[in-house]
Design a protein around this ligand. Structure first.
Ligand code: GTP
Ligand code: MG
Ligand code: ZN
Length: 277
């Protein structure tokens, strides 16, 4: 039979097939060939002996969170507790864009900001919209629900950002575990421990465990550059320009006006990190 893996807990892969769930084990061949089943995998399985037989070719996959065949990723970003990190947001945008997954920005905890702090955030919102991204707040429930239709989505982002809280708000019957963030660290406590695809509003949506840091894995400096979508619009004269130490670079000329300074600074940090590999 064929189905889709919607949950993995240690060695138990829950496969959804025709609205039925089968808890299957991967066979030895997967361990030998170093292929790890992931949530999102389309599989063939033996429904009597409850074994996975084969994993179909993946459209895309992420290492963290470990998921495959994703259409879009909601980057859940808190503006306070934990504080807004343009660096983490740009890093996630870069990685997700590179994997050909549509990013959707979703900001949380705007209620914790004063008016002045909110204005600063609105400035960021309008910039990210200007360069082509969809931007929501976690109070835009109806708009978020509409995005689920016919798609496979993941909620990703820092631990404590409010991924599970938002999913519970969308469907209170989910009763996903959420937790107060640790006051001392201003960080989440990694409340969600596994990835699970949930059927919601005619789509599949995965809650995933948060993280405190994430890496570029197998991306090159050029890959990082090309995922900064607004750079290409500046018509830099030189096709292979890294917009770094080159002179006469149109990207550098557009800083602070067409290009947000924090975006460019994060870009430089990212390619410098690659240099140190
Ligand atoms: N004030 C405020 N608190 C929020 C909001 N969204 C979430 N929280 C709180 O933030 C804390 C962390 O929320 P979770 O939903 O557990 O965060 P998570 O992203 O699922 O965290 P992990 O599972 O560890 O990755 C909880 O105490 C929530 O009540 C919000 O919009 N405003
Ligand atoms: Mg969670
Ligand atoms: Zn350039």
């Amino acid at each position: 039979m064929e189905g889709k893996i919607i949950k993995i807990i240690s060695n138990d892969c829950t496969v959804l097939s025709d609205n039925q769930r089968f808890v299957c084990k991967p066979r030895g061949k997967f361990r030998k060939s170093n292929i790890c089943p992931k949530v999102g995998d389309n599989v063939e399985f033996d429904s009597e002996n409850l074994y996975l037989l084969n994993i179909q070719k993946r459209k895309n996959e992420l290492i963290r969170p470990p998921v495959s065949n994703i259409d879009q990723a909601f980057i859940i970003t808190s503006v306070k507790k934990p504080d807004f990190s343009p660096n983490l947001l740009d890093k996630l945008l870069t990685i997700i864009t590179f994997h050909r997954i549509r990013p959707i920005l979703c900001f949380t905890k705007m209620d914790l900001l004063n008016e002045e702090e909110k204005e600063k955030m609105y400035h960021y919102f309008s910039y990210y919209r200007k360069i082509g991204y969809t931007v929501y707040e976690n109070t835009d429930i109806e708009k978020i629900i509409k995005e689920f239709d016919g798609k496979i989505s993941i909620f990703t982002g820092q631990s404590g950002a409010g991924k599970s809280t938002l999913l519970n708000r969308i469907d209170p019957s989910l009763q996903l575990k959420t937790d107060a963030i640790s006051e001392a660290l201003g960080r989440g406590k990694h409340t969600t421990r596994h990835v699970e695809l949930i059927s919601l509003f005619n789509g599949l949506v995965a809650d995933t465990p948060g993280f405190s840091s994430i890496s570029f894995e197998d991306m090159s400096k050029m890959d990082i550059r090309d995922s900064f979508v607004e750079f290409s619009k500046q018509n830099c004269e030189f096709k292979d320009c890294m917009h770094d130490r080159e002179e006469d670079c149109n990207v550098k000329k557009s800083l602070g006006e067409e290009i947000l300074l924090s975006r460019y600074e994060n870009y430089l940090k990212f390619i410098r990190e690659e240099n140190q590999k």
